[in-house]
Ligand binder design. Structure first.
Ligand code: BG6
Length: 468
């Protein structure tokens, strides 16, 4: 099990972004506000109004992606740019931006990979109850239809909803609009059910409208280690892995709720209300591949059943609290951490890929993986992010091992193609191959500067993964 396989021909070497984190121009050309535009931000943290100014610099950014050698680029479409109030008229100017983006990518030979929805629900829909209101299901299906019709002749790969599990399990991760409280768990799981039904309908619609296209869910997926070989720790690790990852993917792929997860919801009075037609709709949809966003693993022990299960641990900035009776997080002495406290675990990626393959038997696309850290523009105009090269190299090596294990990995999309506003830490924490010359509150000239990792990834792609 130590032999690496070569990357197949046609492997989608890519990189990722999302609309609200990169575009800026949050109210230009008829765009409506989304929930992320309404957030309040911690003092000093960048907001999303300008972001990386990609909306204004799209052509030159794509030219840089072509220079990087990208075979594919994963981006999301801002729903409220295309349909400003989420369910009303189509804003042609907004749609035209994405037509131009897709055309520009295709002109450079870069495959567009489109995420329909990445955290930025139109604010007008949120005011009508957001995902708690079944009306949002219909609005999402109609919005997807508009995109299938407008872009379906050029876009072959679609992703439904980015990290539904993050939105449901960590609702505070993206922030809360002023005056709003975080929804309770019961309504979060009801929202989740509506997202699952919407996703199923959209996958079915995609197959009907675009028989050549491929579509899949994009869940933040990882593996949980038991803290010791104590059987109760193994059960706790399995509990959390199921609730956090498989419960979402099982519905998307198998079309039915995971039994263990449903039992968890029923025992706590959290089970969503389902309409009779929902079961058939969930069952009728099938994704063509599974997309995973992978950053790190977690280590889990049996719950102690007291407040210590849910106490934040010193220095741990990842949202990782336990749940009495279910599991508690522990430190992993065998893995390192990023400057922001995220566990670095390349081997965990191989393990997760094996599990996804074994469970679903579908091709896997890695739609996010990366390291967020401060980057500095040196006086000589360069950005040396050698630590990012090490991180990505180690993960790519593990993908090669997973390929040899028999996992059909079809693409790799590091987060992120270019610096974006990090959801939690703005521009203090960067992910891109391309540095954007701005800081939290100072926009500077927003100049693009390829980092050292840019030139390294260029050679990785050019050699189809041989030169790491
Ligand atoms: C993923 C999201 O969960 O994590 C991205 O899909 C996000 O939108 C990324 O940027 C990294 O998280 P953060 O908080 O460091 O930006």
């Amino acid at each position: 099990y130590q032999t690496q396989a070569a990357f197949p021909d046609g492997f989608l070497w890519g990189a990722s972004t999302s609309a609200y984190q990169v575009e800026g121009s949050w109210d230009s050309d008829g765009k409506g506000p989304s929930v992320v535009d309404m957030l309040t931000h911690p003092a000093g943290k960048a907001d999303f109004t300008v972001a990386s100014d990609h909306y204004q610099r799209m052509e030159s950014d794509v030219a840089l992606f072509a220079q990087l050698g990208l075979k594919a680029y994963r981006f999301s479409i801002a729903w409220s740019r295309v349909i400003p109030d989420g369910d009303g008229n189509v804003n042609q100017e907004g749609l035209n931006f994405y037509r131009r983006l897709v055309d520009t990518l295709c002109a450079h030979g870069i495959e567009p990979i489109v995420t329909l929805y990445h955290f930025d629900l139109p604010w007008a829909l949120e005011q009508k109850g957001g995902w708690l209101n079944r009306h949002t299901i219909d609005a999402f299906v109609r919005y997807a239809d508009v995109l299938f019709l407008a872009l379906g002749n050029k876009v072959r790969f679609w992703l439904t909803i980015n990290e539904q599990n993050t939105m449901i399990l960590h609702p505070g991760a993206i922030g809360t609009p002023p005056g709003r409280e975080l929804p309770d768990k019961k309504s979060l799981y009801q929202q989740s059910h509506h997202m699952l039904v919407a996703q199923a309908q959209v996958m079915q619609r995609c197959h009907q409208r675009l028989p050549e296209a491929k579509i899949g869910p994009a869940i933040n997926t990882t593996s949980m280690y038991a803290a010791t070989c104590r059987p109760e720790d193994a059960i706790a690790a399995h509990n959390w892995e199921t609730l956090r990852c498989w419960s979402f993917l099982d519905v998307a792929v198998h079309g039915r709720y995971n039994a263990l997860a449903l039992r968890y919801l029923q025992d706590r009075g959290l089970a969503p209300q389902m309409l009779p037609q929902d079961t058939a709709q969930l069952a009728a949809a099938r994704p063509d591949f599974v997309a995973i966003n992978y950053y790190s693993t977690a280590t889990i022990a049996a719950s102690r059943g007291d407040a210590s299960d849910v106490a934040p641990r010193a220095g741990d900035q990842q949202i990782m609290l336990g749940e009495p009776g279910v599991y508690r997080p522990e430190e992993n002495p065998y893995t390192a951490k990023t400057p922001y406290g995220w566990v670095i675990d390349p081997v965990g990626l191989r393990l997760t890929l094996r599990k996804v393959c074994e469970r679903y038997g579908l091709p896997v696309m890695i739609t996010e993986n990366g390291i967020g850290a401060p980057d500095t523009l040196a006086a000589d105009g360069t950005v040396d992010d050698g630590y990012r090269i090490d991180f990505l190299r180690q993960h790519i090596e593990q993908i090669q091992l997973a390929l040899a294990d028999g996992v059909e990995v079809i693409g790799y999309f590091p987060w992120s193609a270019i610096d974006v506003v990090s959801t939690h830490q703005g521009y203090a924490k960067r992910y891109g191959f391309i540095y954007v010359n701005r800081h939290e509150q100072t926009l500077n000239d927003l100049r693009r500067i390829p980092k050292r990792s840019f030139y390294w990834y260029q050679q990785v792609i050019a050699s189809n993964g041989h030169q790491l």
